[in-house]
Design a protein around this ligand. Structure first.
Ligand code: NAD
Ligand code: UDP
Ligand code: UDP
Length: 373
């Protein structure tokens, strides 16, 4: 119970309007953009549990109120519906900037939906073929770019005005289709600037550039995390990412859609490891960038095997054409984070996947019951 937790753990200090948390640490005011999303909501849970005040800014583009509903009665938690493309005025100590439409596709049983959100339009297609899927990605990635550039600029402007520390959640996608394996932070990447994925890759690269410019030019304290593929409870059921796709498909007794020959690789990190890494980075003195990922590397066929073993040994595979510019391999070199942040992931794919499956089973069951099935 949050109120009990609040009463027992924190002493209000009316003189400065702050609360002491544990020994020697001041309670912080922290904003998490994208805090109603998958990673953001787990991060918010950790910050609230350690006694800080948290403001979430989210426009619910891919996030959900359900992810933070358990915090709504907590006096240290505040939820603001806001698009980070627009400026915002707040007073906080730290900014975790996660807001970004990170998942490619939301399948909608609505042929075309045009939602004019702050000047850009999003067309959603009911996807039956890979061609329509590509069209959708193009549009959603365009708002990706705007969010990454204008949103990051606004949050950096905020950090500059109030002297807050700013953490950017960048991505392993900045390495593109890498020619170095595994990827170190010193690698500058191999990115197609005009391809269908470029808005996300280049958007995050520009966000990194802005972050470093504000650091050097305006003296802002910044941190940059390059996050590798992360999975866990609260991921969108149908967001198009591979782990959530495979898990949803097998629970629904559908074949797993493997794109291309399935020999491309990714390295999958469990969400609590990532959240620990983000907090370690924010609290440490190093700017980064830091790779935050689990070096355990899997082909998509191997991943399909693990999902099969975990949920249903009779699950089948359906091969589909791959999307353009799909990186062939990806694996983080995390020696920098190990040495300077004393951080490394603890949870293997075999340990983490069942935790996600439990959450997905419950949500899919609720969905089915909602439809009267
Ligand atoms: P997510 O889609 O679950 O969360 C993103 C959140 O941002 C959502 O709640 C969404 O509603 C919100 N948002 C999007 N555009 C916004 C806007 N303009 N204004 C306000 N809110 C907005 O995705 P996630 O996996 O939790 O990703 C969080 C961050 O981590 C993103 O920046 C993403 O690029 C980065 N990242 C994630 C992964 C991963 O594998 N999950 C990998 C690399 C990087
Ligand atoms: N900004 C904001 N909140 C603030 C301060 C700035 O949203 O508290 C926005 C501001 O509207 C601008 C961006 O951040 O679009 C960059 O701000 P900065 O002061 O660096 O640039 P300037 O306004 O001088 O162009
Ligand atoms: N992928 C797949 N089936 C799916 C979704 C994705 O085989 O249903 C593949 C995709 O082609 C890519 C890998 O899985 O090679 C990871 O895709 P995802 O979108 O999860 O992450 P990213 O490409 O951003 O690393």
């Amino acid at each position: 119970n949050n109120n009990v937790e609040n009463k027992n753990n924190y002493k209000y200090n009316n003189a400065v309007g702050r609360v002491s948390v544990g020994i020697g640490r001041k309670r912080k005011r922290i904003v998490v953009t994208g805090g109603a999303g998958f990673v953001g909501s787990h991060l918010v849970d950790k910050l609230i549990a350690r006694g800080d005040d948290v403001i979430v800014i989210d426009n619910f583009f891919t996030g959900r109120k359900e992810n933070v509903v358990h915090l709504l009665g907590n006096p240290r938690f505040e939820l603001i519906r806001h698009d980070v493309v627009e400026p915002i005025l707040l007073e906080v100590d730290q900014i975790y900037h996660l807001a970004c439409p990170a998942s490619p596709v939301h399948y909608k049983y609505n042929p075309i939906m045009d939602t004019g959100v702050n000047g850009y339009s999003i067309k959603r297609y009911f996807i039956r073929s890979s061609y329509f899927s590509l069209e959708f990605e193009l549009r959603s990635l365009t708002c990706d770019y705007k969010t990454n550039v204008m949103g990051t600029l606004n949050l950096l402007g905020l950090a500059k005005r109030i002297g807050a520390r700013f953490l950017l959640t960048s991505t392993s996608e900045v390495y593109g289709d890498p020619l170095q394996h595994p990827q170190k932070e010193t690698y500058w990447g191999h990115v197609n600037p005009i391809g269908v994925r470029s808005c996300y890759d280049e958007g995050k690269r520009t966000a990194e550039t802005l972050t470093m410019d504000y650091h050097r030019g305006a003296g802002i304290e910044v941190r940059i995390a390059r996050i590798f593929n992360t999975y866990g409870p609260r991921m969108c059921l149908d967001d198009g990412r591979v782990v959530s796709n495979f898990v949803s498909q097998v629970i629904r007794k559908q074949p797993m859609t493997v794109y291309g020959d399935g020999k491309q690789t990714r390295s999958f990190q469990y969400v609590s490891d990532l959240v620990d890494g983000l907090v370690a980075l924010m609290e440490n003195e190093h700017v980064g960038p830091f790779n935050l990922g689990n070096p355990g590397e899997f082909t998509m066929l191997e991943l399909a095997e693990v999902v099969k073993e975990t949920i249903d040994p009779s699950a089948k595979i359906d091969f589909k054409p791959n999307t353009a510019d799909d990186p062939h391999k990806r694996k983080p070199d995390i020696s920098k984070a190990k040495e300077l942040l004393n951080w490394e992931p603890k949870i293997s794919l075999h340990e983490g996947l069942p935790l996600m499956v439990t959450d997905f089973r419950n949500r899919i069951l609720n969905e089915d019951e909602g439809k009267g099935n």
